[in-house]
Design a protein around this ligand. Structure first.
Ligand SMILES: C[S@@+](CC[C@H](N)C(=O)[O-])C[C@H]1O[C@@H](n2cnc3c(N)ncnc32)[C@H](O)[C@@H]1O
Length: 359
């Protein structure tokens, strides 16, 4: 609910913006108006070239950080990186990691993670028959180009994927309560698609199975700790078309990430694809950690004892390439989110990648 003071603040901002715009309304500001009613944020269509316009919208794409901002973020991280956990606490964080996520899902059920509207914009490979999503806008030389709407014969697909008689298998690791799997099932009508999902939280899997959208003819989810050397899974090695890693690798201890990537490599088909999106270094969530929550460099425990790592592009690239993957995409998505009522700015940083197993 908006308070009286936030209404006044909004009013002042509005008047100020009107004043600026009337005085010297730039072509830039006029162009921005055209993005006001955009259906989804097609990553990169709205750029903040004039800081006085910050509070005009709720979000800005591909925001550039200057040296000052980078330096301030580094200092914040240095401050919150001191490790004060006892040996026992660190052991508990590691040994009971799945239990802490169970508690999380006990509390939040399926209300916490929002369904992803950006999913098919960023990863059209997940539902190639869904042509309603706008494609991502890639920055090139600081300019953005809107890519064409996908055609039915999607160039992102391998020949196998385009053959309508061939079964396609997607596997999501750390699927939680289905915020990625359910949208794929809803948007893709491909009768040959089957989706597997795993999570090490048995509570998450239980909640997901109770969802009315859970259709055993089209998907199957199970409990698995993806950091195990040997996976106990209902499919063969070299059998999966796509493996999805969305905000899950960050929940895993960096010392165990290599084991996960190695198993992913084993279970993907030759030419199979990994789609990855996760927290980036100096994301708002990292800068917000107070002293005493750090487990190791850039790896923290939240108040509820779930864990989170913040990646650089180079780290992600190294992890996959050293396992034998070919890099098809590795980008940093920097977004400025604005709370116009409270006049707050929040700088988000996400890393996104696509990695292919050689054929
Ligand atoms: C931040 S949540 C993201 C959930 C889901 N991918 C989404 O985007 O909504 C991280 C998920 O990874 C799961 N997870 C963490 N470590 C795991 C592991 N070692 N094996 C399997 N799942 C794990 C957690 O239980 C949690 O559901």
């Amino acid at each position: 609910m908006l308070t009286k003071s936030s209404n006044i603040t909004r009013g002042i901002v509005y008047v100020f913006i009107r004043y600026c715009s009337n005085k010297q309304r730039s072509q830039h500001a006029q162009d921005l108006e055209k993005t006001r009613n955009r259906k989804k944020p097609p990553g990169g269509s709205r750029h903040l070239n004039d800081k006085s316009l910050t509070y005009l919208f709720n979000a800005w794409d591909n925001v550039q950080w200057d040296e000052e901002q980078e330096k301030a973020a580094k200092q914040k991280v240095e401050l919150n990186s001191q490790i004060t956990f006892t040996e026992d606490s660190l052991k508990d964080l590691d040994l009971n990691a799945d239990k802490h996520w169970d508690t999380f899902y006990d509390i939040h059920q399926n209300r916490f993670f929002k369904d992803r509207h950006w999913l098919f914009t960023e990863f059209p490979e997940l539902a190639p028959d869904n042509t309603s999503a706008p494609l991502r806008v890639y920055p090139s030389d600081n300019e953005s180009v809107m890519t064409e709407k996908p055609e039915l014969t999607n160039p992102c697909l391998t020949h196998m994927e385009q053959d309508i008689n061939v079964k396609r298998y997607i596997f999501e690791i750390g699927c939680g309560v289905g915020n990625t799997i359910f949208p794929i099932l809803q948007y893709s009508r491909d009768p040959n698609l089957f989706i597997y999902g795993c999570d090490f939280s048995s509570k998450a899997i239980e909640i997901m199975k109770e969802n009315e959208l859970y259709d055993t003819n089209r998907c199957s989810v199970f409990v698995l700790d993806a950091t195990k050397e040997e996976w106990d899974v209902p499919f063969d090695k070299n059998s999966l078309d796509i493996i999805v890693l969305i905000f899950v690798l960050s929940a895993i201890d960096p010392t165990k990430m290599k084991t996960v990537i190695t198993n992913i490599y084993k279970y993907l088909k030759p030419s199979g694809l990994v789609v990855f999106r996760d927290y980036g270094r100096y994301d708002l969530a990292q800068l917000r950690f107070k002293k005493g929550r750090c487990i190791s460099d850039n790896f923290y425990a939240r108040g509820d004892r779930t864990k989170v790592y913040f990646f650089t592009q180079e780290e992600v690239s190294h992890l996959f390439k050293e396992t034998g993957f070919l890099e098809e995409q590795n980008l940093v998505d920097r977004r400025l989110q604005v709370n116009r009522g409270k006049m707050l700015t929040m700088y988000r940083v996400w890393i996104q990648g696509k990695y292919r197993k050689p054929s």
